[in-house]
Ligand binder design. Structure first.
Ligand SMILES: [Zn+2]
Length: 462
């Protein structure tokens, strides 16, 4: 019995030692990579307001980091975990890259912004004041090429010794949001975790994913915006050269100078440039009357917020060749910005005041339907000619557009406890009727359109 008790004691001792050893190993396994992650995350901040990120720079690696996709020879998407490690390694090795986490997806995954400049990215206020190009990848979680392109682009710019690119990066910041729907990527689905298509949410901004993009547009007003997509869940077509389709700004409320520069970028730079690089099958994306002009789509938002912008779509070929085509497309846009950046910056900087003046003067119609190449003229009730001078909202309606006031931003004026006035004489009048008019397809509230705004408070009580 004593012997049995002794064996039980020694057995317990052995179990306790084994448990302790297991615990120590488990803690070590958990803590060591976590401490690495923590130091990496120390590079990241949730602020977009110019916080400088202190990092300990290391010698550049002999071989720049590779994505999971590249390591597997163009097979299998780079996982969310691999992406975090890849971007951490790039940002540690290159002073040209600053990475911050802007927010979280519905399931809590990081929504990152990379700022790239030479010799290092400037402070956020300087980026906002100067020219920038924004590249957005991964809005649709089952369209891998745009995100893989975005990740490789960050790395390539971080380590390039191309003199033209380095000179460009001294005056222009490249902003990259490589993975704007990490939950969709994880689930291999188009929408976010709530199955909302975030690329139909840029007017209503109900998802954390689209709000993160809206904050970048508000903070930095990029001169040029690119939104990268492709055919969902594409199969590899070996031996086939991938095709490129580009959507430009088709919304009729886009500033005409911005519109013309977008067409120039697409027709005179992107298409001939990628063709010369071995991708001859190019064309405009979409069909007449297909709704691609909607202000809820990011590529249209770029223009309605007074930047040049476009949608990238790739089809066919292999995943690796589509990523190469997308990278080539971005490099043609960078070439356009090197040669025409002055005109773009001027058009972008002045479009906001032109819009505000147009809205105040009511001198141009506002289109709630119709796109630049639609074959049918929009029905008259959707052409506001002249547009209203502004909208009157109840306090409850004003409450419902608070996020737009913050994120766009939208100017509002409180008349009294019950009423709020939103003028068309403001830079983002390009979005006001879409948001507030009862005839808007995705309007947030049914506000009252005003024909006389001299004393909006004197309008009949709502
Ligand atoms: Zn897509």
């Amino acid at each position: 019995m004593n012997g049995g008790a002794g064996r039980r004691v020694s057995l317990r001792l052995c179990l306790a030692i084994a448990f302790a050893v297991t615990l120590v190993i488990a803690i070590a396994v958990t803590i060591i990579p976590w401490s690495v992650m923590t130091s990496a995350d120390a590079e990241q901040s949730s602020r977009t307001d110019g916080a400088q990120i202190e990092t300990v720079r290391q010698e550049p690696p002999a071989d720049p980091p590779e994505t999971g996709f590249e390591q597997r020879g163009g097979h299998g998407t780079t996982t969310n975990t691999e992406e975090s490690e890849f971007l951490r390694d790039v940002a540690r090795a290159s002073p040209r890259v600053r990475s911050t986490v802007l927010g979280q997806s519905l399931q809590g995954r990081p929504l990152r912004l990379l700022r790239i400049g030479f010799p290092r990215p400037p402070a956020d206020q300087e980026i906002a004041d100067g020219p920038s190009v924004l590249v957005v990848g991964g809005q649709h979680g089952n369209e891998p090429a745009g995100r893989e392109m975005s990740l490789q682009l960050v790395r390539d710019l971080a380590f390039t010794d191309d003199a033209a690119l380095l000179e460009q990066l001294t005056g222009t910041t490249v902003l990259v949001m490589p993975n704007t729907n990490p939950d969709g990527l994880e689930a291999n689905q188009r929408g976010n975790a709530a199955r909302i298509d975030t690329n139909r949410d840029h007017l209503n901004v109900r998802t954390p994913e689209s709000r993160a993009i809206a904050r970048v547009l508000r903070e930095f007003s990029p001169d040029i915006g690119l939104d990268a997509h492709e055919a969902g869940n594409p199969l590899d077509r070996h031996g086939q050269v991938p095709r490129l389709r580009i959507g430009w700004q088709r919304n009729l409320n886009t500033d005409p100078r911005i519109y013309d520069l977008t067409r120039e970028m697409v027709d005179d730079y992107v298409f001939p440039g990628v063709a010369a690089a071995g991708f001859p099958d190019t064309g405009h994306y979409g069909l007449p009357d297909d709704g691609q002009h909607s202000p809820a789509i990011l590529s249209q938002t770029f223009g309605l917020r007074h930047g040049v912008g476009m949608l990238i779509e790739t089809f066919g070929g292999t995943a690796a060749s589509r990523v190469d085509l997308q990278l080539q497309t971005v490099h043609e846009v960078l070439r356009f910005q090197r040669e025409r950046g002055g005109a773009v910056a001027n058009a972008s900087a002045t479009a906001a005041s032109r819009a505000a003046a147009l809205g105040a003067a009511r001198s141009e119609p506002y289109f709630l339907r119709g796109a630049d190449w639609d074959t049918r003229r929009p029905p008259e009730e959707f052409v506001l000619d002249p547009p209203p001078c502004g909208y009157l909202l109840t306090a409850a309606q004003a409450e419902r557009i608070q996020r737009h006031v913050e994120l766009f931003p939208l100017e509002t004026e409180r008349i009294d406890a019950d009423r709020v006035f939103v003028t068309m004489g403001q830079p983002l009048m390009t979005l006001v009727p879409e948001l507030l008019d009862p005839r808007g397809r995705r309007n947030e509230v049914d506000a009252r359109a005003l024909e006389d705004c001299s004393k909006p408070g004197s309008a009949d009580r709502l």
